[in-house]
Write a protein that binds this ligand. Structure first.
Ligand code: NAD
Length: 366
């Protein structure tokens, strides 16, 4: 298969971790006989420095022409970097928002899984963790409360603020279809999260999700209220496969779920539109505090590349190969600094390595 991949190395540790993901993708291409081409574009601070804006129209056109986009991360130290003295539409993050909009990326996927080998990083009790958990949070990204009309004004002498939460059935249907499609590639269970006991938008959400479910008879659907879901994530995370939810609920629940897994350096993410196209990136930021030191964990970006193979290219065996290689390296007790055990006696049982070595070891195990 010919894959035309656009890469956005970005800022901070971005270029370091993207280089390792490319290394692993090249190993996959060699092993499985694919032809992968990589084209880099600038975004964020790197683009501000070179072009005077966080994302140029030419860069957007290049991204649009690709089969998928693999990103590192963008941004700098928000207190000290000169990028943050610029007006907000010229700051690094404006580039990412512009790209998401240009590519119509309405579905955000964040896996939260716990590796047996990294159990000690999880704040939950052993009896709750069991043999680990593996869920996918599917969040609607372009509608709901964050995009509704808002205002703040004085009403009868009292300052009053209004935010509106709007969803139409088409917006709900397209994210629900994505959620069920993803569930078909996993353990075939969807937990749709809403607040249907109070909100009209949630009642419509529930109705449309039930309609979509009829086309997926193999998938088990359950509904859960968002307050209960927040509790269940720490009480029994093993019950979840795909959590399907709207924008604000997903924002909060995905952060909660990522926290219970331990390290940010392990968490991949994907943002998809209604074709197979997607933007794949680690959940963390550009980590300016460790940029250039060669110690960043590249695994989140490497796992994002695996998501790209699975969801944009339907290359499940190749994606499995990357995920297995990551697991193997962890089983062999190699760790970057962020996933080192905290206790002194346990430190002696593992080998601390840097970014490039981690990429090498994973690529070798494909
Ligand atoms: P951050 O995620 O960059 O860093 C938080 C902490 O996690 C730091 O101590 C960092 O060293 C560590 N960390 C993050 N990724 C790591 C990795 N792969 N390996 C090892 N350690 C890792 O969050 P922040 O400090 O709040 O933000 C820094 C910059 O990143 C800001 O400019 C912010 O706007 C930007 N940011 C960008 C994105 C994105 O590009 N999508 C997302 C979040 C934050």
């Amino acid at each position: 298969m010919k894959l035309n991949i656009v890469c956005i190395p970005g800022d901070g540790i971005g270029p370091e971790v993207v280089a390792e993901a490319k290394k692993v993708l090249n190993a996959v291409a060699d092993k499985y006989g694919h032809e992968m081409s990589f084209t880099d574009i600038l975004m964020g601070g790197a683009s501000i420095d070179a072009c005077g804006e966080p994302l140029t129209d030419e860069a957007i056109a290049t991204a649009k022409a690709a089969d998928a986009v693999l990103m590192g991360s963008i941004g700098g130290n928000t207190s000290t970097s000169p990028w943050y003295k610029l007006p907000s539409h010229l700051r690094p993050e404006a580039g990412l928002l512009k790209l998401r909009k240009a590519l119509n990326l309405f579905a955000n996927l964040r896996p939260a899984n716990l590796y047996e080998e990294l159990k000690e990083a999880c704040p939950l009790r052993d009896d709750i963790i069991g043999d680990g958990f593996d869920m996918m949070i599917m969040r609607e990204l372009t509608g709901g409360l964050y995009f509704g009309e808002r205002s703040t004004k004085e009403v009868d002498g009292v300052m009053t603020a209004v935010d509106t939460l709007t969803y139409n059935e088409d917006e709900i249907r397209r994210i629900a279809i994505k959620g069920f499609d993803i569930a078909m590639k996993r353990r075939k269970k969807v937990t749709s999260v809403d607040k249907a006991n109070v909100l009209d938008s949630s009642r419509l959400w529930r109705k449309v999700v039930e309609e979509v479910a009829k086309d997926y008879p193999e998938v088990t659907l359950e509904h859960m209220l968002v307050d209960n879901c927040a509790m269940q994530l720490v009480k029994n995370p093993r019950q979840f496969d795909v959590i399907l939810t709207e924008n604000m609920f997903g924002d909060i629940l995905s952060d909660e779920a990522s926290k219970v897994t331990g390290s940010i350096g392990m968490l991949a993410s994907a943002s998809l539109n209604d074709t197979k196209f997607g933007l794949y990136e680690p959940s963390g930021g550009s980590a300016p505090d460790i940029a250039g030191m060669g110690i960043a964990n590249p695994i989140a970006t490497i796992l994002s590349a695996a998501m790209m193979l699975r969801y944009s290219f339907d290359l499940d065996a190749e994606a499995d190969a990357i995920e297995k290689a990551v697991k193997k390296v962890l089983e062999e007790n190699y760790r970057t600094i962020d996933i080192m055990p905290q206790e002194e006696d346990k430190k002696a049982t593992v080998t601390q390595i840097g970014t490039a070595k981690m990429g090498d070891l994973i690529a070798e195990r494909i």
